[in-house]
Design a protein around this ligand. Structure first.
Ligand code: GTP
Ligand code: MG
Length: 314
């Protein structure tokens, strides 16, 4: 941690900057509540309301209030410092309960397959581009599959990303069967000895049954063609959609069994508290967070870095 007054740099600095609005909403509001109470402790009800408003969800908010009640006496409750410490500890413990396991049980198995799912516009294609860049930078050979065949523009968007980062893209014409694209991409990944295959899927409304069925079909094709291969189902969630993101994730989890989550657009929202609510409810590990539209704006999720960035003093 740099000395006071120096803005943090590097990955942590990027996280601190990305979480500025969320910090304002959560920590800024707690500080204002204390300032308004001028020396006397704020009520636990007022604190709870504020935590819920910051999208932590009622369960996590309740857990924090119980911890404040149990751990702090009347005198400490008057001290912002002690209250913030307890809030931070509780948030960290919720996030740590879902720390991502290693992405694969057998890190040498090839190719590692990643299916990216999520509703319209959540950031799937952008995340795939950024993730491919990371893997290629680390020496990986990445193939990307355009299983979003609904729109010609979606295929073009993926091809642009492929060129930018140096990943081979397997795709068919718009309107083709997404499962057929996946089938071909799996064969290409084996033939070319790719280390990773990243599959882009169409943004689908989780309430549309036929689209969920299509997703299950893709899932079956992968499981059948590569039994036992490391295979991740990552749901990409737009953090600006707040608690809606949680409802969506549940539907997708029921359909294919999610193995990881990617929370995007944390840089554009004051509702980053949703990260904590989702971790608490789903127990599915958060693998990455998206902090912008640029190539390097994707970070592996770390509960410690996230809470440190959220509570960093300005
Ligand atoms: N600020 C910010 N914008 C993002 C982030 N991730 C994605 N976006 C933007 O969100 C928009 C949608 O991203 P896409 O990657 O096209 O989303 P998608 O899920 O593939 O969308 P569909 O294919 O239409 O379902 C684009 O304008 C992206 O640049 C992020 O972490 N931060
Ligand atoms: Mg897309």
């Amino acid at each position: 941690m740099p000395p006071n007054g120096t803005p943090p740099t590097g990955l942590f600095g990027q996280l601190v900057a990305g979480l500025a609005r969320t910090r304002q909403r959560l920590i800024g509001q707690i500080e204002r509540l204390f300032a308004a109470n001028a020396g006397s402790a704020p009520t636990l009800e007022a604190l709870e309301e504020l935590l819920i408003a910051a999208d932590l969800g009622p369960i996590v908010a309740g857990q924090i209030i119980a911890a404040l009640h149990q751990r702090l006496g009347r005198r400490d409750l008057k001290e912002l410092r002690h209250v913030e410490e307890t809030v931070k500890e509780e948030i960290l413990s919720v996030l740590k309960a879902t720390t991502p396991p290693p992405l694969s049980a057998d890190p040498d198995a090839r190719p590692r397959v990643f299916l990216f799912l999520g509703v319209n516009g959540s950031g799937k294609t952008t995340t795939i581009g950024k993730f491919a860049k990371r893997l290629i930078d680390e020496g990986g050979k990445v193939i990307v599959a355009g299983a979003d065949t609904f729109r010609a523009a979606a295929i073009e968007q993926l091809q642009v990303w492929g060129k930018r980062v140096g990943a081979h893209v397997v795709c068919h014409q718009a309107g083709a069967d997404p499962s057929a694209v996946v089938f071909d991409a799996l064969q290409a990944a084996v033939a070319r000895q790719a280390t990773h295959l990243l599959i882009d899927t169409a943004g689908r409304l989780h309430t549309k049954r036929n689209l969920m069925e299509e997703l299950k079909k893709i899932h079956r094709v992968i499981s059948r063609q590569m039994p036992g291969a490391p295979y991740e189902r990552f749901m990409v969630l737009d953090a600006t959609s707040g608690l809606n993101a949680l409802a969506q994730a549940r539907e997708f989890h029921d359909a294919v069994g999610l193995t990881g989550l990617v929370l995007t657009k944390l840089d554009g929202t004051a509702k980053g508290g949703i990260v904590v609510a989702i971790a608490q409810h789903l127990k599915v590990p958060i693998a990455f967070v998206g902090l912008g539209e640029g190539l390097d704006d994707l970070q592996p999720f770390s509960p410690e870095a996230f809470t440190d960035a959220l509570f960093v003093s300005s």
